[in-house]
Write a protein that binds this ligand. Structure first.
Ligand SMILES: [Zn+2]
Ligand SMILES: [Zn+2]
Length: 725
C-alpha cells in the first residue's frame, strides 16, 4: 500500500543572523537571588538571610518564614528584569517549608499539579496557581517559581477581578552552565574574565567556610558578592545568545532549551504542522522506536594499559543538520520486508545476535523495558530505522528473525531545515569556545535535540521522527566505528552515547575538530565502574592533588575520594572469581548479588531533605531539615548485562537475555511476541539513564547530592548531549 502526500508551500529558510529581530526585547537586566543558612550544634538548619541582587537583605536569625520571604521578593519586582539564581533547589525548599502541608501538596505533588491543570484550545497552559495568605504562586518543574499578590477575596484563583498584578518569575539558571558556580565563573576560563582573581578567591573561601557560617558580616559580604558576580555571569550569557539572534524574556531563563526553542522558530517544523502533514502511522512508528542514549560497559573494573576513547564532535547536531524537511515528499508503508525501501525507512522486526556466535560481546539492538530502562539484549523486537539495523548487521551484532512491517519516507529536495547548526558550530570554533558567542552557540546547538524529544509541557517542536533519527544516527556512527575496527566488537570497552572506548587504536576514523568527525583521548589504566562513570591515572592524579574547584565547594574531600577510588580498584583486584550476575526468570537480580560487586558509600557533609522528598516520605515537617543517609555507588551491571567471566585479567560479561527467553518464538501474528519486544516510548520515561539522579539523597546549595558525588568521582566529566535538566 502506498499513499502519496501532496506538497505544501516550501518555507523560506531564514538567515541565521537576522532572524527573530521582532523579538528583540529579551531581559533588560539580571538580578540574582540567593539565600544563606546556618546549622546549629543540634543539627537544626535555619535559613537566615535572603538577598535580591545587591539590595538590603532580609534577615531573621530564627529562620525566615514564607510570610516574610514572599513580600520581600515581590517588593523587588521590576518589569523587564530577569530574576535568577544558580541552583535554587535549596532556596525553593527553604522558602516553601513554612507553608501548610496541604498547600505544599497542591504545589508539588503529581496529583496536586494535575488538579490545577487547565486546557485552552491549543493544548495546555500554565496550571492555576496555589493560593495562600494573600499570595498566588506556582513552581514549574522545580526550576521556575512565580509569585504575585492576590488582590481580592474570591475563593477561586481564576476570578475576573482586575487589574491582576504582574507575575514575578524567579528562574533557576543553573542549567545554562551544567557545572558548579566556581567552575562557571573561573576567571581562567574566560577571555575577558567576569571577576578579578581576588573576587574569585573570596567566593571560593566563602564556599569553603559555609558549613561553619554564622549570620555575620562575613556572610553578608560573601552573599552580596556572589549575587553581583552571578548577574555579571548572566549578562555575559545573554550577550552570547543575543549574538545568535536569540533573546530570552525574563521568564525563560530556567532552561537553556528555551534558547534552542527560540532559535528553532522559523526553522524547524512545529508539532502542529507535522501532525497536519505527516501520516499518523509514520509519526507513531518513529515515537515507538525512539531510544535515547546508549550507555553500556562491556568490561568491568580495571583495564590495564591504554584505552582509546573516540568522541564524535557534537554528535547530535552533526546528525540534526542534515535532517530532511518531512513536509513534502512521499510516505509509504507495507508488510514484511521492504523490497525497494525509501531513503528513510523504519521496519518493525524481531532480531537476535548472529547464528553460531560463540562469544557474545554486544546485544542485537536497543531495547526498552516496561520500567523505561534501556539495554541491548540478545533477543528483542520493535521499530527500528532500517539504516541503523543495517549498521548493526555490518558490525556483526544482529540478524533479523522476522520482518513484520515497514513504513518509509522519500524526501523532497528542500535544503535541510536545521542546516545552520553547522554554522553555529563553525562560528564557535572561529570566535573561541569560551567567548560569550562560543558558549551561546553551544547552548543552542546542544539543546535542539532536547526540544525535539520533549513530550511534556507545551512541546512546540516535539518531533520523534527527528529525535529518533538523531539518536539512531549517533549509534550508527558508533556501529560503523566498531565495524571498521580490526578487533571489532571484542575490542569495545565502553559506549557512552556519542563516545566509544576501544582496547586498541582505531586505524581509520577521521580525527579533526570538524562537526561529526572524531576526537581521541588516551586513558591509561582506566577503571570502568558503571556506564559513564570511570577514572584513569590522570583522574587519580587530579583527585589526589585536589586542586579542582569542584571539591572544596562540595563537601567532598579530595583525599577521601582518592582513597575510595583506590579502594574500588583494590576490590576488583581482590575478587577471587567473577561476581554473580544471574537474573531470575523475571529479569530481577538474584537477591543479594549486588553485594558481591565492588561498591563504595559516602556520607556527604551536607544533605537537606527537599520539599518534594518530604512529601514523598509523607512527612512535610521534614522539608528543609538535614538528613544523614549514605550515598552508595555500586558497580553491579545487572540491568544491562549478565554472566560475568574472566578473559585473562579483564572481567567481562554477556549481554542480557531479558526474561530468560532463550528459545523464543513469536508466533505468526506476533501473538505473545510483544512480551519480548521493546516497549514503545510513551514520553513518561526518563530520557536517559545517565541522568538517574534523584532527590532521595538530599539537595545542597550546589545541586543534588548524588550528582555531586558522581561529579567528584569524575573531575573531568563532560556534558553528555542527553542530559537535559
Ligand atoms: Zn477576584
Ligand atoms: Zn520539502
Amino acid at each position: 500500500m502506498t499513499s502519496a502526500i501532496t506538497t505544501r508551500e516550501k518555507p523560506l529558510p531564514p538567515s541565521w543572523k537576522d532572524s527573530n529581530t521582532h523579538h528583540r526585547n529579551g531581559a533588560a537586566r539580571f538580578v540574582a537571588i540567593d539565600g544563606e543558612g546556618i546549622t546549629l550544634p543540634d543539627n537544626e538548619h535555619r535559613y537566615v538571610l535572603l538577598r535580591v541582587g545587591t539590595s538590603e537583605p532580609l534577615e531573621n536569625p530564627n529562620g525566615l518564614h514564607f510570610r516574610e520571604i514572599f513580600p520581600y521578593l515581590y517588593s523587588h519586582y521590576q518589569r523587564g528584569t530577569a530574576f535568577v539564581g544558580f541552583y535554587l533547589g535549596y532556596d525553593f525548599t527553604q522558602w516553601l517549608r513554612t507553608l501548610p502541608a496541604s498547600k505544599a501538596r497542591a504545589l508539588l505533588t503529581k496529583e496536586g499539579i494535575a488538579k490545577r491543570r487547565r486546557y485552552i484550545r491549543n493544548g495546555s497552559v500554565e496550571p492555576l496557581p496555589v493560593e495562600c495568605a494573600g499570595w498566588q504562586f506556582d513552581i514549574l518543574s522545580g526550576r521556575r517559581f512565580r509569585l504575585r499578590p492576590k488582590i481580592c477575596y474570591c475563593p477561586i484563583s481564576l476570578c475576573k477581578c482586575k487589574p491582576k498584578p504582574p507575575w514575578m518569575y524567579i528562574c533557576d539558571a543553573g542549567g545554562f552552565f551544567q557545572t558548579s558556580f566556581l567552575v562557571a565563573i573561573n576567571p581562567k576560563k574566560w577571555p575577558r574574565p567576569i571577576l578579578t582573581a581576588e573576587e574569585f578567591a573570596l567566593i571560593q573561601r566563602g564556599k569553603e567556610m559555609r558549613s561553619t557560617a554564622e549570620l555575620d558580616d562575613d556572610m553578608r559580604f560573601y552573599n552580596r558578592l556572589e549575587n553581583d558576580v552571578m548577574s555579571r555571569l548572566m549578562d555575559r550569557t545573554d550577550e552570547g545568545i543575543r549574538a545568535l539572534g536569540v533573546a530570552l524574556s525574563p521568564k525563560q531563563w530556567f532552561s537553556p532549551a528555551q534558547a534552542a526553542q527560540v532559535w528553532m522558530r522559523g526553522r524547524a517544523p512545529t508539532r502542529e504542522t507535522l501532525a497536519e502533514t505527516v501520516p499518523g502511522w509514520f509519526l507513531e512508528a518513529a515515537r515507538a522506536g525512539f531510544i535515547a542514549g546508549w550507555f553500556e560497559i562491556f568490561i568491568h573494573g580495571p583495564v590495564s594499559g591504554i584505552t582509546y576513547q573516540y568522541d564524535i564532535n557534537s554528535a547530535y547536531p552533526s546528525v540534526a543538520k542534515s535532517l530532511p524537511c518531512l513536509l513534502h515528499g512521499e510516505y509509504s508503508r507495507g508488510l514484511g520486508k521492504p523490497k525497494n525501501p525509501p531513503a528513510l525507512t523504519m521496519v518493525k522486526a524481531d532480531v537476535t545476535v548472529p547464528k553460531n556466535e560463540t562469544t557474545r560481546y554486544i546485544g542485537a539492538m536497543m531495547h526498552r523495558f516496561p520500567d523505561g530502562r534501556i539495554a541491548r539484549p540478545i533477543f528483542t523486537g520493535g521499530w527500528y530505522w532500517l539504516h541503523e539495523l543495517e549498521a548493526a548487521q555490518r558490525a556483526g551484532l544482529c540478524r533479523v528473525r522476522r520482518w513484520v512491517k515497514w513504513c518509509g519516507y522519500e524526501p523532497c529536495d528542500c535544503p535541510p531545515p536545521l542546516a545552520e547548526l553547522e554554522t553555529l558550530y563553525e562560528e564557535r570554533l572561529k570566535q573561541g569556545k569560551n567567548t560569550p558567542l562560543g558558549r551561546g552557540a553551544r547552548l543552542v546547538y546542544n539543546c535542539v535535540y532536547g526540544k525535539l524529544a520533549q513530550s511534556i509541557g507545551q512541546p512546540e517542536f516535539m518531533n520523534f521522527v527527528y529525535a529518533s533519527l538523531i539518536t539512531a544516527g549517533c549509534r550508527i556512527q558508533i556501529l560503523n566505528a566498531i565495524a571498521t575496527h580490526p578487533g571489532g566488537k571484542s575490542c569495545v570497552a565502553q559506549i557512552a552515547t556519542d563516545a566509544v572506548y576501544f582496547l586498541s587504536p582505531h586505524p581509520s576514523l577521521p580525527i579533526s575538530n570538524k562537526l561529526g568527525e572524531w576526537d581521541v583521548t588516551e586513558h591509561s589504566n582506566i577503571t570502568l565502574f558503571k556506564p559513564g562513570v570511570y577514572w584513569d591515572d590522570e583522574a587519580r592524579k587530579m583527585i589526589t592533588a585536589g586542586d579542582t574547584p569542584q571539591f572544596k565547594a562540595r563537601g567532598v574531600s579530595a583525599r577521601d575520594m582518592a582513597a575510595r577510588l583506590a579502594d574500588i580498584d583494590r576490590q576488583f583486584d581482590d575478587l577471587s572469581e567473577p561476581p554473580p550476575l544471574h537474573l531470575n526468570s523475571f529479569g530481577k537480580p538474584t537477591k543479594t548479588e549486588t553485594e558481591f560487586w565492588p561498591s563504595t558509600s559516602f556520607t556527604p557533609g551536607f544533605q537537606m531533605v527537599s520539599a518534594r522528598e518530604a512529601l514523598n516520605r509523607g512527612d512535610w515537617s521534614l522539608a528543609g531539615t538535614l538528613m544523614d543517609r549514605p550515598v552508595t555507588q555500586n558497580s553491579w551491571p545487572g540491568l544491562k548485562r549478565q554472566e560475568a567471566y574472566y578473559d585473562g585479567k579483564m572481567l567481562r560479561s554477556e549481554p542480557r537475555r531479558h526474561f530468560g527467553v532463550e528459545a523464543w518464538d513469536l508466533g505468526e501474528n506476533g501473538a505473545g511476541g510483544d512480551f519480548a519486544r521493546s516497549v514503545p516510548y510513551t514520553g513518561n520515561a526518563v530520557l536517559t539513564d545517565d541522568d538517574d539522579t534523584t532527590e532521595e539523597y538530599g539537595i545542597t546549595p550546589d545541586g543534588m547530592v548524588d550528582q555531586i558525588v558522581i561529579d567528584a568521582m569524575m573531575p573531568d566529566r563532560k556534558w553528555t548531549p542527553d542530559v537535559q535538566k
